[in-house]
Design a protein around this ligand. Structure first.
Ligand code: BTN
Length: 243
């Protein structure tokens, strides 16, 4: 994949810029990076704290697969981040289903994947990745301080964000190629090895209901299998809380 980086000093959200570029025809591999996001977005319409020092980026993808097969891309992006932080800084990351990268149970990265598709064809996917890199944990708004961490906070020093982005794109490309050629099954095993969710008691909040149980496994499309008192439930999307 040919990566082409579009660098900005300030945008509302790199996902929004990437979506606009995708609609205008930007090719796969276009990467939007911004120093600051004024309206960084998290999942479920939540705000994403995006000050200077973080890595806020969105990758445009145009995979030739049906929209229903694309869900694992969120997990793959998280896996690429975990591998990169381990390779570059020896940080031990765990993956929380579906989209968080944790260090010692605290969130260092989140992924927001957005898709535009017809019934059986993907027009584009924007994989938005937010990494709390060179940010002081004390600068986080109160509600995040206990649940988030930053690379700077973990290493007690600042890192080179260019190096991080370069390695992450390399890592992501490797996983993306495997996914396109062989599907998710091999990567699923790799994701599970770094998972913090599997085997845990979880509460899952979907648009329709809330369930509790033990997270047992990941499905072929990145779904989470949760064992509840009623039996095994297959969760396609939702918020996951580790209990
Ligand atoms: C989450 O954990 O809720 C997802 C957070 C995703 C944040 C990234 S930062 C780059 C991209 N642009 C956004 O507005 N959001 C994503």
């Amino acid at each position: 994949m040919q990566f082409r980086i579009e660098h900005f000093s300030e945008v509302d959200s790199t996902n929004d810029v990437a979506k606009r570029l995708a609609i205008e025809g930007a090719p796969e591999g276009t990467v939007v990076i911004s120093e600051i996001q004024k309206k960084g977005r998290g999942r479920k319409g939540r705000e994403w704290f995006s000050p200077k020092g973080g890595v806020w980026m969105s990758i445009i993808l145009r995979p030739k697969m049906s929209p229903s097969q694309a869900a694992p891309l969120t997990l793959i992006a998280g896996l690429a981040v975990a591998k990169t932080l381990s390779e570059l800084y020896n940080l031990k990351c765990k993956l929380k289903w579906p989209n968080d990268v944790l260090i010692n149970e605290k969130k260092v990265c989140g992924v927001l994947t957005e898709i535009s598709a017809g019934i059986d064809r993907i027009d584009y996917i924007v994989a938005g990745i937010g990494i709390n890199a060179n940010i002081d944990i004390d600068s986080f708004p109160g509600e995040f301080r206990g649940v988030a961490t930053t690379i700077k906070n973990e290493l007690n020093k600042e890192i080179l964000r260019d190096e991080l982005v370069e390695q992450l794109l390399e890592e992501f490309e490797k996983l993306y190629k495997i996914f396109q050629k062989q599907g998710f099954s091999k990567l699923k095993e790799e994701w599970k090895k770094s998972a913090s969710t599997i085997g845990r008691k979880v509460r899952i909040i979907t648009d329709r209901r809330t369930i509790e149980g033990i997270a047992r496994d990941l499905g072929e499309n990145g779904e989470l299998f949760v064992e509840t008192q009623e039996g095994i439930e297959k969760i396609i999307s939702g918020d996951c809380i580790h209990l």
